[in-house]
Design a protein around this ligand. Sequence first.
Ligand SMILES: C[S@@+](CC[C@H](N)C(=O)[O-])C[C@H]1O[C@@H](n2cnc3c(N)ncnc32)[C@H](O)[C@@H]1O
Length: 336
Amino acid sequence: MNNHISSLETFHLPVMLNEVIKLSSPSSKKKFIDCTFGGGGYSKEILKFPNTFVQAIDRDDKVLIIAKKLEKKFQERFKFTQIKFSQLATIAKDCVDTVIFDLGLSSIQLDDLDRGFSFKSRKKLNMTMGLNDLTALEVINNLSEKDLKSVIKILGDEKEANKIAKNIIKHRNIKKITNTVDLVRIIEKSKKKNYSSKINPSTKTFQALRIFVNKEITELIYGIINATKILKPGGKILVVSFHSLEDRIVKYFFTNFSKNKSRPSRYFPEKEIKDSSLFDEYKNNVIRPSKKEIEQNNRSRSAKLRFAVRSKNKFSFPEGLIEKFKKYLVLESIND
Ligand SMILES: C[S@@+](CC[C@H](N)C(=O)[O-])C[C@H]1O[C@@H](n2cnc3c(N)ncnc32)[C@H](O)[C@@H]1O
């Protein structure tokens, strides 16, 4: 069992660990929430600082074995709860110093071919991270052609979504599509002449399905809103994202709900402006992994780290964020 734990723990290399820790500046009595525990890379590093408190969460029960070990070692300082981060507010109320998100999949999940996240997998279609309502198998075999096309086009940015969706329907009308190999073949056939050799033809469709199955956009939007709600004034929210849609959402939230945007017009007299911004001035700093890190961990290559500092203002729900990304929220809920 111990061998099993350590192989899981060393499986995932934490991305931009030094940068995340430096920004979090762990010190005595500070309270942290690690919203994406995974292999526990960030949590373990924070716990090295005396008297820090970490509440970790993850939707995947496969990480329980690692979390239990930490709970035993740091009985008073570490707690793990298996929930989705959109439900963050159910376990933490307020007065948190730092909330950290490291989005997407861990290597523990991606490299477990039984879970069907990778197009290298030859297993049953699944792609669930944990606490899901549906699997990729259900999506591929039950969604209408129109909805499949929207999912692949909007969440995968796949230009040939139309043809792929058509061919999925054609195949499943003859025989249920049950494994990743069948799906890969359908995608390759649909894209036959047009795919570039640089990126695998299945990459975008697999990304779209994974995002849809796990409602990743809905999770991110409600996750960062709830995190903001429980941060104390001066507290930090940190997000490591891996694709452009995630980064666009984080950037929009931090920019448009910070002090930068709270003044509607420079001609407006300052004392008449009611500042209800959620964050202090946002500097639009994007932190990227070093060349050395990318060489050592190829998966870090697309990572972007952004952070914002909570203002003193009372929390007010950022309706504008929901409005801006409504298209994605509606799409992810078509099966509800
Ligand atoms: C990239 S890994 C995090 C790795 C971690 N920072 C480390 O150093 O080991 C992302 C983790 O977040 C979890 N996750 C993704 N979306 C989630 C959500 N909506 N709620 C809770 N956990 C989520 C995944 O299950 C996965 O374990």
